[in-house]
Write a protein that binds this ligand. Structure first.
Ligand code: ZN
Length: 363
């Protein structure tokens, strides 16, 4: 009997192995198809106005990112008059789509009168193509315009595990944190990694490149555009570094006068690694984070619609992202010297977006 048992055991192990290999292969090939599609979509996501915009790559601020899934386009719009520099970062979390669409709309519509605007619409490009099994969402969203649908990739909160270049640690602690460690997968959360590390995994290197962009480009005022679960206290909120909370407070009052109610929060000492905390503490930039509520971010998934939810349509969330940026820059301009001001025009107001729809500005 012994050789027989050995034979059947070998057959079982072989079957188990090939079965598993087939599943893994199927997941990977499905993953690479989704990635190819997401990358194709991202190539056409943004249509900045040619002639007024210079395009760079994030790898300019950390060469080891070149050719990696962490590299991403950076658009620079320069005004006719000198002034300060504003930085708009979107797509930190690939599923927080209002920020990405707001960044695209801004890049396509804004007229910079003085100073510069630097836009990074896809801060974590790997996350934008990652179909996270724990937080499923649609692979892309569509916005109807008179000239046809605009399509934006809809990804995940974290970097694709296979892109990180190392397995998740058992737990993750920011070097400056005194809190208990986070789950190891948070090592792939860009907004826990600042100021990043040039020698780290992909996510830490992307964080390093962004922090280096802010320093190298002499950024005066920086925005990180996010969305939150509508049930979270983070929905409809501006978070400001303590050094520039006065600017956020003035902006919140102005917004309220225009019918846009945004709560105000100040970066806490902990957790560390968040953009508004580390950009503001480690660079001269005034640092702000804007959060709108995304109905598709209710977990466990209830399959909320990230675009056409009647109570929280994408058009309203994008409008609030944009008018928050406008009012924060206005408050910054009021307290800064004339040579450091950033003067912008042609950013549509919430009323204009309500009247013409997002498609009217993304055509
Ligand atoms: Zn976020």
């Amino acid at each position: 009997l012994k050789p027989c048992i050995r034979f059947y055991s070998a057959m079982l192990i072989f079957a188990a192995f090939t079965g598993r290999a087939t599943v893994v292969f199927a997941q990977e090939s499905q993953g690479s198809l989704l990635r190819a599609e997401a990358n194709r979509i991202m190539l056409s996501e943004l249509r900045p106005v040619l002639g007024t915009t210079t395009q760079k790559l994030l790898s300019e601020y950390l060469p080891s990112l070149a050719g990696s899934p962490g590299d991403s386009p950076v658009y620079i719009m320069e005004g006719a008059q000198p002034g300060g520099t504003a930085f708009i970062c979107a797509g930190t979390h690939g599923n927080e789509i209002a920020g990405v669409v707001a960044a695209a709309l801004l890049a396509e519509q804004v007229n910079v009168l003085s100073g510069r605007v630097i836009i990074l619409p896809r801060a974590n490009r790997s996350a934008a193509s990652y179909p996270d099994p724990d937080r499923p969402g649609p692979p892309s969203i569509r916005i109807a315009t008179p000239g046809g649908d605009r399509i934006f990739a809809y990804g995940a909160r974290r970097t694709w595990p296979g892109d990180e270049g190392r397995p998740d640690p058992l737990s993750f602690s920011h070097p400056d944190s005194r809190l208990p460690p986070l789950d190891g997968n948070e090592s792939r959360n860009l907004d826990r990694n600042y100021p990043g590390s040039a020698e780290g995994g992909l996510t830490a290197r992307v964080a390093y490149a962004i922090e280096n962009l802010i320093k190298t480009e002499n950024v005066d005022i920086a925005f990180d555009l996010h969305e939150a679960n509508p049930e979270s206290k983070l929905a409809w909120i501006i978070v400001a570094n303590p050094k520039n909370v006065d600017i956020a407070a003035i902006a919140a009052l102005e917004l309220e006068g225009k019918g846009v109610r945004m709560a105000l929060d100040m970066s806490a000492e902990e957790p560390r690694g968040l953009s508004h905390r580390e950009w503001g503490d480690r660079t001269k930039a005034r640092a702000f984070l804007i959060e709108t509520p995304n109905p598709a971010q209710v977990y466990p998934p209830l399959h909320g619609d990230p675009v056409n939810d009647p109570a929280l349509p994408l058009s309203r969330r994008v409008a609030v992202q944009l008018c928050s940026i406008v009012e924060i820059i206005a408050a910054y301009n009021d307290e800064t010297s004339p040579e450091s001001r950033v003067l912008l025009e042609n950013i549509p107001s919430p009323d204009e977006i309500e009247a013409r729809g997002l498609g009217g500005f993304l055509d």
